[in-house]
Each structure stands twice: as C-alpha cells, then as structure tokens.
Design a protein around this ligand. Structure first.
Ligand code: NAD
Length: 290
C-alpha cells in the first residue's frame, strides 16, 4: 500500500517505521527535520498525501489537525482514506470527517493507547470511529502498528472512547493517590494497603498495574522518581478534552471537572509539569486538610 504519514514525533515516528518494515511504501512529512528508518521524506504534507491509498496523521492537537487536513485533503485521490491517530477533540474529528466525505474520501478517527513503548513494539490499541468501509480500509494497518483495534461507531466515536477512558484514568489516579496519603496519616502500611485494595472492591488499573506508591505493586514510574511514563501535562490535555466534550454535549461530569482542576493546579502552579501523572501521590503527602 502507498501510505502518507504526517507527524513523525515520539509516537508517529515508530508507527511509520513499523509500516515501512512491514513492506509498505511510506512517504512522511514533519515540520521538524526528522528521518525515520525506511520512510521517504517529502517537502510538505500535500506532497506526502499525493497518490497515497491511506494518509495517517499523528499530530499534537485538533487545531493543527484541522489545518493539516485542509492542506492535504485536496491533494488526496477519491476513495483514499484519511486516518487520524492523534488524540484530539471530538468536534475536530467530526469536522475532518465531514471535509473528507465532501472530497469523496474515507475518514477514520483512531486514537491510540499504549504510549511510546507500544508504538515502538507495534502493540498499540486503536479505538476507531468511521464507516465500516473506512474502518476496513485502515484495519490491516492497525494490525501492523497495534495488537487490537475496536470499531467504536461513527465519526468521532474513537475520540469519544479515548476521552472517556482517560477521564476515568485521571479520576481514579487521584482517588488512589489521596487514599494512599490518607492511609499514611492513619498509620496504615502501604504494602498492606496495596494487598487489601488490589484484591478488594477498590481495585483499579491505577492501583493494580500502575501503583503510585514507590516499592509497592508492579514496577511503575513511581519506582523511577516519577519520570514519565505518562506525563501530567498530557493527562491534563486529555482531561481538558473531556471537559470540552462534556460542555459541547451538555453532560454533567463533576468528577472529571474536579480532576481537570487538580491536574491544572498541579501542572501550572505546583511543579507537576514533566512528572508522571502518578506524582499526585507525593503532592497529597505534603498537604494537610486545608
Ligand atoms: P510529538 O510532539 O512527539 O509529535 C508530534 C509531531 O507533529 C512533532 O514531530 C511535530 O513536529 C509534528 N507537527 C506539528 N505540527 C505539524 C504540522 N503542521 N505538520 C507536520 N508535522 C507537524 O507528540 P507525540 O507524543 O508523538 O503525540 C502525538 C499524538 O499522540 C498527540 O495527539 C498525543 O496526545 C497522542 N498520544 C501520545 C501518547 C504518548 O505517550 N506520547 C500516547 C497516546 C496518544
């Protein structure tokens, strides 16, 4: 397949390299001067998209995605597919799908979970929105870049799934961290807390698989001085997307709202920028009730 790949950063770079390694003809473009194994670099997004069967984008946010889509859609051939794997707002995903449909293109919003490690290993999970035909066109590429792809529904459904998942993740990380800090003050040993909660009704991915307490549970960023992992500012980006979506859909999300406010405070005024999102635990440790 002839593939255009736009946005070759931490995630896009290894994803494009895996497509090239699998034998696809990949032409890439990034604003920064990058080179990726097996990928031919083009001078513009439009040039990378010309004659491609599928164009994949992996960009920082919805505004950039919309600008790139306006540039590349006129360069794409009717029947080709535009597959956006960035994490962006649902409205931008739907706007790009509408522009693509007008031009006779297939569109899929397909954000990923699995991080930089999953991108390099080809073990990402894709959550996709778009027509069944559009999903079918992208599916063989998801199989190369990832280990699982769920077709969630029409345009925007992939971003909706990603945003809802990460809202739960942000809320449960805060709940897990504040519970550890409370347990400390009650004199409860952290290992005992883990042993009980990880096998009781308070268990969660943040407790069982990504425990924010150093030396407790499986290896996690807490054991590496809270180096990310998944940086707090990226969690804040996703929580803000959840609140933007809630606003636009008139949904009541008080826990998501509170988690967004806490990560905002942590990242913007409490030196949380650059720390893993589980560094909420040392933040809570230092605080009292008021
Ligand atoms: P990144 O900043 O490393 O990469 C983004 C790339 O896009 C950069 O190389 C940048 O130069 C390029 N770019 C920006 N504007 C451009 C334009 N107009 N034309 C061409 N290239 C342009 O970011 P990343 O970590 O690769 O993340 C990309 C997306 O994936 C984001 O939406 C992020 O939320 C999502 N995501 C990231 C992770 C992660 O762990 N890093 C996990 C899941 C999802």
């Amino acid at each position: 397949m002839k593939i255009g790949f736009i946005g070759l950063g931490n995630m896009g770079g290894p994803m494009a390299a895996n497509l090239a390694k699998a034998g696809h003809d990949v032409t890439g473009f990034d604003m920064a001067d990058v080179s990726i194994d097996g990928v031919t670099m083009a001078q513009s997004g439009g040039a990378a998209a010309t004659n491609a069967d599928v164009v994949i984008t992996m960009l920082p946010n919805g505004a950039i995605l919309r600008a790139v889509a306006e540039e590349i859609i006129p360069a794409m051939s009717a029947g080709a597919a535009l597959v956006d794997c960035s994490t962006v707002d649902v409205d931008s995903a739907r706007a790009v799908a509408a522009l693509s449909a007008e031009a006779g293109l297939h569109a899929v919003d397909a954000p990923v979970s699995g991080g930089i490690g999953g991108a390099a290993a080809g073990t990402l999970t894709f959550m996709a929105g778009g027509s069944p035909d559009a999903f079918a066109k992208a599916a063989p590429l998801f199989d190369i870049m990832g280990q699982k792809a769920v077709h969630c529904g029409d345009a925007g459904a992939g971003q909706a799934a990603k945003i809802c998942n990460n809202m739960i993740l942000g809320v449960t990380m805060i709940a897990t961290c504040e519970a550890f800090a409370l347990a400390d003050k009650l004199g409860l040993d952290r290992q005992k807390m883990f042993d009980v909660v990880s096998t009781s009704s308070g268990y969660s991915w943040t407790m069982n698989a990504y425990c924010p307490a150093p030396g407790v549970g499986p290896q996690s960023p807490a054991d590496n001085d809270y180096q990310p992992g998944f940086a707090s500012e990226l969690m804040l980006k996703d929580l803000r997307l959840s609140q933007q979506a809630a606003e636009s859909a008139d949904a009541d999300t008080p826990m998501g709202q509170q988690a967004t406010a806490l990560y905002e405070q942590f990242v913007e005024t409490e030196n949380g920028h650059g720390s893993d999102f589980s560094a909420m635990l040392p933040r809570f440790e230092k605080r009292g009730r008021n």
